[in-house]
Write a protein of this length. Structure first.
Length: 320
């Protein structure tokens, strides 16, 4: 059974003290300062958020793969029905050819009167074209059905691999999250820090942007949760997605995908409800006006209402 985090921390401190006593090293060299720990925590938080957004992107990919599989599976039925019909026609052509034999132009030229030759040639040409059309249809239909069967098998295999990769990523994130929370406890005495809910005045913004902003203010103080989009916890892209979902707009659960799904604007054009992207699309926040954003910062920290200048923005997006 793993030790509780408090006991683990005490054990680490005790072992560190023992090592200092034994080696004669000073405390300054043995343990990093709070400032150094904070830098390590910030770096680990950024890395964990990158992994989380990659996890969210993979979930989007899996969702699309599942949708592709459903479409392919549904398309097999009409393709198979068309193949059965085309096969039936081919069997009729083959049977007729076997019973009557092939009739060439020379047979018609040597039989009957001269006046009916052109008519008979025209009729024969029509039969040949009709047969060729059936043959082409059979060939195309067979190829279509075969291609869709192969595509479905490939898609199902891809889906299985994505499920395995998602599971591995989730396990890794949980391990990294435990390490990060341990680091926070060592530095600050607690694995989490609570900011409390927003108690100030919520700006009155008209339209759908106002609904998104109001939702985001209501999320302030709720904890970070990787892969979550509310209502009890959020990651960064989960918060912006949920905020705009409250306004009737759909956004993908991934910062980079949200960047692609929004219109590019400049900082001078920012309006409440617009998205602010950071760290090469590793983080996203909702702009709420007055130079402020609301975002889900990182594991161990609650959703915050804070300055847009938390770091240099990568770009800005307006929900279409």
């Amino acid at each position: 059974m793993p030790l509780p985090r408090t006991r683990l921390r005490a054990l680490v401190v005790a072992l560190t003290a023992l090592a200092i006593t034994t080696s004669g090293a000073t405390a300054a060299h043995a343990a990093p300062s709070k400032e150094e720990l904070k830098k390590q925590i910030d770096k680990a938080s950024d890395k964990l958020e990158d992994v989380t957004e990659a996890y969210n992107k993979m979930r989007l990919d899996l969702k699309k793969t599942k949708a592709d599989a459903v479409k392919l599976s549904a398309s097999l039925k009409p393709a198979q029905a068309a193949l059965v019909q085309a096969t039936s026609k081919m069997q009729t052509i083959a049977t007729t050819s076997y019973i009557t034999g092939r009739v060439g132009p020379m047979t018609i030229l040597l039989s009957g009167d001269q006046d009916s030759v052109l008519q008979r040639m025209s009729y024969l040409d029509q039969i040949s074209k009709a047969n060729q059309q059936d043959i082409d249809t059979y060939t195309d239909t067979t190829q279509t059905f075969t291609d869709r069967q192969a595509a479905l098998k490939t898609t199902e295999k891809k889906q299985g691999l994505q499920v395995q990769e998602l599971s591995a990523q989730k396990t890794k994130i949980k391990k990294d999250l435990d390490k990060l929370l341990d680091m926070r406890e060592t530095a600050f005495g607690s694995p989490t820090e609570s900011s409390g809910s927003y108690t100030g005045e919520i700006p009155n913004i008209p339209g759908s942007a106002g609904k998104a902003v109001t939702y985001a203010f209501g999320a302030v103080g709720k904890p970070y949760g990787f892969g979550d989009a509310g209502p009890n916890s959020y990651d960064c892209s989960g918060l912006t997605m949920a905020s705009w979902a409250a306004a009737g707009k759909s956004l993908p659960h991934n910062a980079a995908a949200q960047y692609s799904a929004t219109a590019r604007i400049s900082k001078a054009d920012l309006q409440p409800g617009d998205l602010v992207f950071y760290r090469s699309l590793g983080h996203v926040a909702l702009y709420v006006g007055g130079g402020m954003i609301i975002d889900a910062p990182s594991a161990g920290r609650d959703v915050l209402h804070r300055s847009i200048n938390i770091m240099t923005p990568y770009g800005y997006g307006r929900v279409k």
